[in-house]
Write a protein that binds this ligand. Structure first.
Ligand code: AMP
Length: 550
């Protein structure tokens, strides 16, 4: 017997329609590429998104075809999020930090018909425009006054002005109703080896992920909040925040290209931001600015940190010095992206500050919709005892089934019950209470005498040293143990620490045989397109490093 409830598909357009009807006056505030602070209401933004849908029709982009963006977090990018997906086209967000060759590759692979870009990326557009196969229109996301000079513009055939395009389009448009499993957006992984692979989200997966992400134990956002995603809209849909704000009626504050500590802090204060989200490296810049200028956060109460491991020292500083609660979260492009978040359970109220910090430092519990387990090499499930570590598998309605165009075949693995799971490539342990701790990417694990050493634990300890700005722990060759940990450290400006002091710093904090064999100091640690340390580059750089213990 079927239930007798309305069949309304879960569509992305419903989010902006909801915001328009129920939070019409609420604001989206953007720091724009032009340099100004721009304000628009959800009501006005919804109308402009409808103009985008009509403009796409005029440009000849058919439903199902891909419209790409190379853009910062601003209201215009958000208009495209809704105008493109809401009209059944597919929004392909391109990461501008990728190499131009990779951008050409993914634009061709996605068969992008149009590319919308912020003027910051004009040099990049000039470099790639003549090389892509399918892009017919290049739309500069600005007004006529800020368009490139004529002699440069002539070099990019099909160049259009976004504001003109919208002016010429009508805002009369009825959002179409279609199957909720229709593709909505496309994001390529920034894999360190091989070509990037496309993750194709659907309306259903996106709306479900948004609902879960908004829950109190995840981003916990409501209509009285002002939320500022530092996480870029060009990578995994800014963790869903551009959907979650209209869904909850929260004010949305978009930082544009201003991701330095000073610009972010200004927006936090002037727009009375209560919640933010970003990767650890961005918060480092912000904290450095706040510390150096002896500032405080007047309204910020919560910051979600993920994308790479958040060092416990950072969680502590936010809490003890600034009264900001950190939600450590974990996920990946293939997971829309959120999988776990480190929120307390009732029993944790009895813990002291250190005990609570330990819970907050894990990658957290699975949010509803995501199931996870850890398995040994033979696929056997491992216990949740907080000790056993193995490959982390996940499944759920917003987790990838197959990559775009079937690239790489079926990535999933079957268990004994026939359930299919996505192998995350992460290695983790899970506590009896269900809190997951990532110990490594499986590619980065250090295998010493056949035993695994988790590099993230070692980095977290180094990051607690006052002179360390960033630390990466990599495997270095050892004649007896095969691999031993080598700590690569970038010092804070003007601070000093020696190799021996850092090695001594590990004493009593970790099993003795896990202690790094050596420390090297570098001016900078290479970061990838999504702000993660590129350990493959470091391994290459230090492949001939001779350990003193060898
Ligand atoms: P991406 O698909 O680029 O978002 O990268 C996903 C990967 O980032 C995950 O598989 C993890 O290796 C890593 N990652 C994300 N969040 C965390 C976290 N909180 N702690 C440790 N690693 C993380």
């Amino acid at each position: 017997m079927l239930g007798q409830m309305m069949q309304l598909p879960l569509l992305i357009s419903s989010l902006i329609v909801h915001a328009e009807r129920h939070h019409g006056e609420q604001l989206v505030v953007s720091r724009r590429v032009e340099g100004d602070i721009h304000r628009i209401s959800y009501r006005e933004l919804a109308a402009r998104a409808r103009r985008v849908a009509n403009a796409l029709q005029t440009l000849g982009v058919a439903p199902g075809q891909r419209a790409a963006t190379l853009a910062w977090n601003t209201h215009r990018h958000m208009e495209l999020y809704y105008g493109v997906s809401g009209s059944a086209r597919v929004l392909h967000t391109v990461n501008p930090r990728l190499h131009p060759d990779q951008i050409v590759y993914i634009a061709d692979h996605a068969e992008d018909q149009v590319m919308f870009f912020d003027m910051t990326f004009w040099p990049l557009i000039q470099a790639v425009a003549g090389r892509t196969k399918t892009v017919k229109h290049w739309v500069a996301m600005t007004s006529r006054a800020h368009m490139p000079p004529a002699e440069q513009a002539a070099k990019v055939p099909g160049l259009l002005c976004y504001e003109e395009l919208l002016e010429q389009a009508s805002d009369a448009y009825a959002w179409p109703v279609f199957d909720e499993n229709t593709a909505s957006s496309l994001c390529y992984t920034s894999g360190t080896t091989g070509n990037p692979k496309g993750v194709l989200y659907s309306h259903r997966s996106t709306v479900l992920h948004t609902m879960a992400a908004a829950l109190p134990d995840c981003l916990g956002c409501g209509a009285a909040d002002a939320i500022l995603p530092v996480v870029p809209m060009f990578h995994v849909n800014s963790w869903g925040i551009v959907y979650l704000a209209p869904m909850t009626g929260a004010k949305l504050v978009l930082p544009g290209p201003g991701l330095d500590g000073k610009s972010l802090y200004e927006l936090f204060e002037t727009e009375r931001v209560t919640i933010s989200a970003g990767v650890p490296t961005v918060w480092q810049g912000l904290l450095a600015h706040v510390e150096a200028n002896q500032l405080k956060f007047s309204t910020m109460r919560k910051s979600a940190i993920g994308g790479s491991a958040c060092p416990p020292a950072m969680i502590r500083k936010f809490r003890d010095a600034y009264g900001v609660h950190v939600i450590h979260a974990w996920g990946m492009t293939e997971m829309s992206p959120i999988g776990t978040a480190a929120a307390f359970k009732g029993q944790h109220a009895e813990l002291d500050d250190e005990g609570r910090l330990a819970v907050m430092s894990t990658q957290g519990r699975a949010i509803y919709g995501v199931d996870m387990k850890i398995v040994a090499e033979d696929g056997a499930e491992l216990p949740w005892d907080g000790v056993a570590s193995g490959d982390l598998l996940v499944r759920g309605p917003w987790i990838i089934d197959t990559y775009f165009k079937g690239e790489g075949g079926d990535p999933k693995v079957a268990d004994a019950d026939g359930n299919r799971w996505f192998p995350t490539g992460d290695v983790a342990r899970i506590t009896p209470e269900g809190y997951m701790v990532i110990t490594d990417r499986s590619k980065d694990v250090i295998k010493s005498g056949g035993e695994w050493i988790g590099s993230i634990d070692l980095e977290n300890i180094a990051m607690a040293h006052p002179a360390v700005a960033m630390a990466a722990c990599i495997a270095a060759h050892h004649p007896k143990w095969d691999e031993r940990p080598l700590l690569v450290v970038m010092k804070k400006p003007g601070m000093e620490v020696t190799r021996d002091e850092l090695i001594a710093f590990y004493e009593g904090k970790i099993a003795k045989w896990w202690t790094p064999d050596d420390v090297v100091f570098v001016d900078a640690i290479p970061l990838g397109a999504t702000g993660k340390m590129q350990k493959n580059k470091l391994r290459e750089q230090f492949k001939a490093h001779k350990l003193p213990t060898a």
